[in-house]
Design a protein around this ligand. Structure first.
Ligand code: TYD
Ligand code: MG
Length: 457
């Protein structure tokens, strides 16, 4: 018998090494390398045997869109690209306690309630715990098939017997193990092996397979990152612990747009959909306050209005603080540098805090102008006009550049009762009732705050 070979695998990125190291050379993660036993001898190449000749086809031809299963939870269906595709595998990642189990239990219970056979298998919680949660969610009547198990062999056998379930949830992939592998559950080898078997089963049976994956900062448990290339869709469930809002974000989707978001609110009766997130993400001010600007953004395919809050404060001697929540800190430094160098504002000695309301994370450069407006508003202690939205990208020379999908941003603003918008020059298509003010240089926006109060309409 061949001697089992020991290899060292990074639990964060899956890279293999022949000796242990404190830091993974591939991804740079510390303390993530764990000894595992190499599965089998490496494949020997093709050898002499001939394979079958493939039939190559042209690009044009008959295609049918994949059949989709609608869960009835609109925000989940939207993120999946308009329902779940039969036989597809979805990975749902997120911090512990964020609500992954709750969301998936709600989804499969809803489907089961409408007659689709669904299975929920938990390796983390006992049947009693799941029943208690279901009762709390008011779902105990749903004809959902439930089990607490961790052996992939048992799970595969169960799911292969009888009618194929429409949807199966595996909560979580880190707790599952293949008895044919000589590694502990949660290691990259096990996670990869277990996922491979479950995904294969999903394709074979046409079952939608949800795999729950934990993300830990310590990298002790295999992060779902090694799984991302194996599954069809990767969803991240995110949110700030102190906030009720939860965002389900499609990071990868073979069957729909990536970056689509679904918005939920965690309450006493589980996760509720938030079909109109703008209303929740906007601050609730009786009158305009300084340091706040409403950004008309796009998340996925949907316009979302969100309040950006800035606080510029005098700093004690020493290096000033820069703290950002919900935006890129490098981008903030850039905006501060442009305001300083191109618009003559003295910001380098000040503490700067920036916050995106509601726990949303914005990645769009289109937020530049709103961030700049919030910063200047806080610095001068003058609020932006009431009922005003802002968007536009800022270049290093201080120019304001046009952004994509301006029309749908403006439409959303008008729909929510905003009456004016500060936008890049060249933006058109403002709906009636919305007055647009265009800028091609950042300094023109800054100049608005220098005017004596009362002069502005
Ligand atoms: P859970 O779905 O167990 O998170 P995950 O599977 O991602 O680890 O969610 C647990 C949290 O959600 C827990 O802190 C309690 C809270 N929660 C509610 O606030 N309301 C509810 O109705 C439920 C079921 C959970
Ligand atoms: Mg859970």
């Amino acid at each position: 018998m061949a001697k089992a070979q020991q290899i060292f695998v990074c639990q964060a990125c899956g890279a293999q090494a022949h000796k242990w190291a404190g830091r993974c050379e591939t991804c740079g993660e510390w303390n993530s390398i764990v000894a595992e036993t190499a599965a089998a001898a490496p494949p020997k190449g093709l050898g002499a045997g001939k394979g079958a000749k493939l039939e190559l086809v042209g690009l044009a031809g008959e295609t049918t869109p994949p059949p989709r299963l609608v869960t009835g939870i609109g925000e989940l269906d939207r993120v999946a690209g308009g329902g779940l595709v039969e036989g597809s595998a979805l990975l749902v990642g997120g911090d512990p306690g964020i609500g992954k189990s709750t969301l998936l239990l709600q989804a499969v219970a809803a489907l089961a309630g409408r007659g689709a056979p669904c299975v929920y298998i938990s390796g983390e919680e006992g049947v009693d715990q799941i029943r208690l949660r279901a009762r709390r969610l008011g779902l105990e009547k749903a004809p959902l098939a439930l089990a607490s198990a961790t052996s992939v062999r048992d799970i595969v056998t169960t799911l292969e017997t009888g009618t194929a379930p429409k949807v199966a949830v595996i909560d979580s992939i880190q707790t599952m193990y293949l008895d044919s592998l000589d590694a502990a559950p949660g290691t990259v080898t096990q996670v990869r092996g277990a996922a491979q078997e479950l995904i294969r089963l999903a394709k074979r049976r046409g079952t939608v397979m949800f795999l729950v994956g934990h993300v830990t900062k310590e990298g002790q448990i295999a992060g779902p990152r090694v799984l991302e290339h194996m599954v069809d869709t990767v969803l991240y469930f995110e949110g700030e612990r102190g906030h009720q809002f939860r965002l389900l974000r499609a990071v990868k989707n073979r069957f729909g747009p990536a970056n689509e978001i679904g918005v939920f609110q965690m309450g006493d009766a589980g996760l509720a959909e938030v079909p109109n997130p703008s209303a929740l993400l906007l601050g609730n001010h009786e009158r305009p306050v300084s340091g706040a600007a409403v950004f008309a953004g796009i998340e996925g395919t949907r316009p979302v209005l969100v309040e950006i809050q800035a606080l510029v404060a005098g700093a004690p001697p020493g290096s000033p603080r820069r703290a950002v929540v919900g935006w890129d800190s490098g981008r903030l430094s850039m905006i501060l540098a442009v305001l300083e160098a191109r618009c003559g504002l003295a910001l380098s000695a000040k503490d700067v805090y920036l916050n995106v309301a509601g726990g949303l994370k914005i990645g769009e450069p289109a937020a530049d102008l709103a961030v700049a407006a919030a910063l200047v508003s806080s610095l001068t202690d003058r609020p932006l006009p009431e009922g005003n939205v802002v968007f536009g990208e800022i270049g290093l020379s201080g120019e304001v550049r046009p952004v994509a999908q301006a029309e749908s941003r403006l439409k959303e603003a008008a729909k929510l009762g905003f009456r004016r918008a500060m936008v890049p020059k060249g933006t058109s298509g403002a709906p009636t009732g919305l007055k647009i003010e265009t800028f091609d240089r950042l300094i023109d926006l800054v100049a608005l705050f220098a005017e004596p109060p009362g002069r502005r309409a």
